[in-house]
Design a binder for this molecule. Sequence first.
Ligand code: WT7
Length: 659
Amino acid sequence: MSDAAVESRDAIENLLSEDRTFDPPASFVERANVADPKVWETAAADPEAYWAAWARELEWSRPFTQGLDWSDAPFARWFADGQLNASVNCLDRHVERGLGQRVAFHWQGEDGERRSVTYAQLLEEVSRCANALRELGVQRGDRVAIYMPMVVELPVAMLACARIGAAHSVVFGGFSSQALADRIVDASAKVVITADGGYRRGKVVELKAATDEAVRMAATDGQQVESVLCYRRLQGHDTPWTDGRDHWWHEIVGRQQAECAPEAMDSEDLLFLLYTSGTTAKPKGIMHTTGGYLTGAHATANMVFDLKDDDVYWCAADIGWVTGHSYIVYGPLSNGVTSVIYEGAPDWPDKDRLWSIVAEYGVSIFYTAPTAIRAFIKWGDEHPARHDLSSLRLLGSVGEPINPEAWMWYHERIGAERCPIVDTWWQTETGHIMVSPLPGLTRTKPGSATQALPGIEVSVVDEQGEPVGRGHGGYLTIDRPWPGMARGIWGNPERFVETYWSQVPGRYFVGDGAKIDEDGYLWVLGRVDDVMNVSGHRLSTTEVESALVEHPAIAEAAVVGRSHELTGECVVAYVVLEGHHEASDELIGELNAHVSERIGKFARPHMVLFTPEVPKTRSGKIMRRLLRDIAEGRELGDTTTLQDPTVVDALAEQVRSRG
Ligand code: WT7
């Protein structure tokens, strides 16, 4: 078992037993979308039939007759003989049933700009954008990179790709040019959709300039980007421009027809790629296909968020991550619900911004991450207290384990003890929520994601794949194929098999440690591999290490995550200097700048520790557990087996002196 796994086992032993339980309020139960407590049993009796019933809620231009095809395991195929189009299911289907005038998105810019877009308007805009992409030469089967702020045109661009059968690869706007370039090259994207910029804490983020740089870098790496489609978000901004290659959205999209015939896609055609960090320096392009993914996103949004016609739903994530793909774009839109999109920071211009948005639109369902909840707690109760939050009826959490204190605060201060909380466990690779309470049925325990959704089967096992039994910690695995599961890693099927299907015999290896308690409740305990979780963003230790060693002053680097009261984990880097270089604050500044350039600002080390050597085992493996103990300021165990124990003592002293 890896160091990290042993550590999570320790965490399990140390975990205080949580005795508080909360039943869904009677008023909620009466109206709940899923109200039959037999749903788990029914689904377990025939999971394929269960998922097929959800799939039939979608509109198929050619109905499927097949369910799961697992003959090429672990590469699943769902509903493979069916055809459908994701944008039709998110838009045309609702307009055709008379819901064209319903608001799809209430959008609010950080600068206070407001816009509400109906389903009919969204369909027109998507059709225009799809026609523009065709004009730019995008064909069915192509990949299109999207690097945009949180504006309505971002979902428009995604759905436009889906409409013409091109796969989108959305790159979070906080990633650097280099990270964007890597993703453009890996996916061989010929077209990039971006904006001149976006707002973050009152400042302009120069997305077009970053895109230009990425396009240059991609070209030197052999990938020629032919066209850049640029949405104008800013006013009076001087935007760098390359004639012939660059196209303003308002010009080329603006002059297209408002109808666009959708491509009939095979269920297993690629819908999108989304890059995520693994345990190596190279991000993985996770592949999601059309029919299964959409079925899963649709069904889980409906079950877990209990979506109703009169809801105003708000997932306060960024569309650049999977949460936004599944629960801002595909899940809510396929359910025809009204959502909120907010462009900016939660504390701009003031720390009550989110609550003022909840009150303004009468948000009824709110979904965010524990890291945000911990920030709200720190900012103080007066901010939510200033606003009328009585429209809320359901709260959600995602991205990392939610500590019971944060859960209780969310329950009391935001939910007024009236709203069920759904703590949803899932991953980029699972496509949609896998473990979560059903809000009208599940008795919740603060800090537990409770149990697998109907149709999903999970276990906690040891290395041999044997269930460890209740009350014991082990590896979380998923035991049977599900519709939204990743279909592979773009260009690297071997890595897919190796990462997810080779660790534990016969089961999907999640990478998280977990425990199922005596009452059958699942507790997720964090990663057991070399992956960090910073503010709910997945980050690989090796990715940061390889960025650091690129710097000429650095001979060697080891990176670990350390717990942080707000961000969950933060990055701690141990660096060995090259030859004549000397430790200084200036150098730390340079290293930070370099990591920002290589990956993005969010990956910058919180603490850089200089050391003459990195503690390693005799076989030369970095002793990450020891490095984590040092970073946490924990009592160090026996260090006598180390080649030079004084190195470790000196590091521990450095940490102590820096607090
Ligand atoms: C990893 C997946 C799912 C969208 C956001 C992150 C952690 C996620 C929970 C939760 C405990 C959670 C896991 C998982 N995680 N949700 N409710 N409780 N941990 O997506 O970047 O693919 O990261 O996030 O460690 O493996 P991602």
